[in-house]
Write a protein that binds this ligand. Structure first.
Ligand SMILES: Nc1nc2c(c(=O)[nH]1)N[C@H]1C(S)=C(S)[C@@H](COP(=O)(O)O)O[C@H]1N2
Ligand SMILES: [Mo]
Length: 506
């Protein structure tokens, strides 16, 4: 029975090899088995448990879940390998017996892998790794002896092999992960399409240039348009979906007269528009940076809706990452379906191939990787709302203080961005005496857009070593930014941004 321990250890080794092999071919993608198990865990764990874990452990919780998922994946394939070893050891004492063992371990592994990642090639690779390991270790086994010192030495060399294999797989996986992401460098309409389409790119570039010129020239201040790399990102999964266009379509379903499914190419037929749209996450801290603005290229949602003839007052947007958010039909009708960002193809991180943009609402209903627009008769509960958030409505008004400069003439220059969704920004006010008196900040030029932020700047002569600068915005309806302070959870941060500024850089 001493051999039993050897086979448990070898099974564990096979499990590690299988997961490493998966990383080698799939890299850091949804087809990596660790990611698939992670997703499975998220799906079967009750929402409240996830919510509590995330709130108590923060992103560390995500990491714990991810490491747990990888260990669980190793366990799955160890069990498959163990079945194979068991057959190889207890079956006929000849090459045929060994072969049966290898075949069994490999096949079970392939089936498990396929049921998890739903891709043939990565599944076959994992099955092959497990099967081959069983064959190689069992063929030169002296069937008559137990584990002795010599066998222990082979085990050590096998462990060394695992480490080597893991390292090589890691390198391969990194290659797969960090190969050039094609979308980020491809113009939203490439030149080999219909000739007129390059016009779209020219239009986008012109708009971006004009926006650049409108940006305030204040040292260190982010521009009116965020770059693709700097645009904040919030995802429910650690690894973003990697959508293959052949397997993707967008459907309008539910309470509609004419259910509809369109392909990527259909969508891009137009009517194509470019819109500046600002997004802000409901989880963004009062003076945080989960707020950005980009130029998006796409089509109005209404172009699709009119063809489907929807009958309900609510909608659930669904996505390939199992994300779903519900809100009103009225808001959806003004929405936009974007396949381009800043003149480029929409990058994977921001929802390739298509994302929703709903004017004036919190970021969460701007569903990325969208594949279904389900029209509902009755309200329902979205992903974040199940976890206690209320982030499907219009954004709160906010003025951020992001930039502080000490000018050569001794004055202090403060500035930032203000956003109130479709209400727009009427003014930004600054106080340097704890709110006793207020002054108007200078607003930067507005973009030609219904849902975009504004920049502001204010300069003052410091009268004290240390000064408290408070800033607040008034929205386009004349309403003052709410004064009561509140955390982002559950309805978005509120209060006025308050920053202490020192007279001199020290
Ligand atoms: N499919 C999907 N869509 C999603 C999310 C997600 O995790 N999955 N996150 C949402 C949240 S909470 C926000 S704030 C915005 C962020 O968009 P960005 O990552 O492009 O900035 O996307 C929303 N859309
Ligand atoms: Mo968000």
């Amino acid at each position: 029975m001493k051999q039993y321990r050897t086979y448990v250890l070898r099974s564990a080794i096979a499990g590690v090899l299988a997961v490493a092999g998966s990383y080698a071919v799939s890299g850091w993608s949804v087809y990596f088995v660790g990611s698939a198990v992670n997703k499975l865990l998220i799906t079967i764990t009750p929402g409240p448990v996830i919510a509590v874990t995330l709130r108590t452990l923060g992103t560390a919780g995500e990491l714990v879940a991810f490491v747990g998922a990888i260990l669980l994946a190793v366990l799955f394939f160890s069990i498959a390998a163990f079945l194979g070893f068991e057959r190889a050891v207890n079956g006929p004492e000849n090459a045929y017996g060994v072969f049966i063992g290898g075949f069994l371990g490999g096949t079970v592994s392939t089936l498990i892998a396929y049921s998890l990642v739903k891709r043939v090639l990565p599944a076959l690779v994992m099955g092959f790794v497990v099967g081959a390991y069983i064959l190689v270790t069992q063929f030169d086994r002296d069937l008559s002896t137990d584990v002795d010192r010599a066998d222990r030495r082979t085990l050590l060399s096998e462990i060394a092999f695992v480490i080597g294999f893991g390292g090589v797989s890691y390198l391969f996986g990194q290659q797969v992960t960090h190969g050039p992401s094609p979308e980020e460098i491809t113009p939203v309409f490439s030149e080999d399409g219909a000739g007129s389409k390059t016009e779209q790119v020219a239009e986008a570039e012109e708009l971006l240039e004009a926006a650049e010129e409108k940006s305030l020239d204040v040292r260190g201040m982010p521009g009116l348009v965020s770059s693709i790399e700097d645009f904040y990102e919030v995802d429910i999964n650690r690894i973003n979906p990697d959508v293959v266009l052949d397997n993707w379509a967008l459907s309008v379903t539910g309470a509609v007269e004419k259910p509809l499914t369109v392909t990527y190419d259909d969508l891009r037929q137009g009517p194509v528009e470019h819109r500046f749209v600002t997004l802000r996450c409901v989880g963004d801290p009062l003076n945080g940076h989960k707020m950005d603005n980009a130029l998006w290229t796409g089509i109005p949602v209404s172009a699709l809706l009119s063809r489907a003839d929807p009958q309900g007052d609510y909608v659930m947007l669904r996505s390939v990452d199992n994300y779903y958010e519900e809100f009103s039909m009225a808001a959806l009708k003004k929405g936009f379906l974007a396949f381009g960002m800043n003149g480029k193809t929409l990058p994977r991180s921001h929802g390739y191939p298509v994302r929703a943009l709903i004017p004036g609402h919190w970021g969460e209903i701007n569903v990325k990787w969208i594949d279904e627009i389900e029209i509902l008769d009755e309200p329902a509960t979205g992903y974040w709302e199940k976890k206690g958030w209320h982030g499907t409505g219009p954004v709160n008004t906010v003025a951020k203080l992001w930039t502080i400069n000490h000018l050569p003439d001794g004055r202090i220059e403060v500035g930032g961005h203000a956003y109130a969704g479709t209400r727009g920004i009427q003014s930004v006010q600054v106080s340097t005496n704890a709110g006793r008196t207020w002054d108007q900040a200078t607003l930067g030029p507005a973009l030609d857009a219904e849902d975009a932020w504004r920049q502001w700047v204010y300069r003052f002569v410091p009268t004290q070593e240390r000064m408290q600068v408070t800033v607040r915005a008034v929205d386009g309806t004349g309403r003052m930014q709410a004064r009561e302070e509140d955390d982002p959870f559950p309805r978005g941060a509120s209060g006025w941004v308050d920053v202490t500024v020192f007279q001199r850089d020290s």
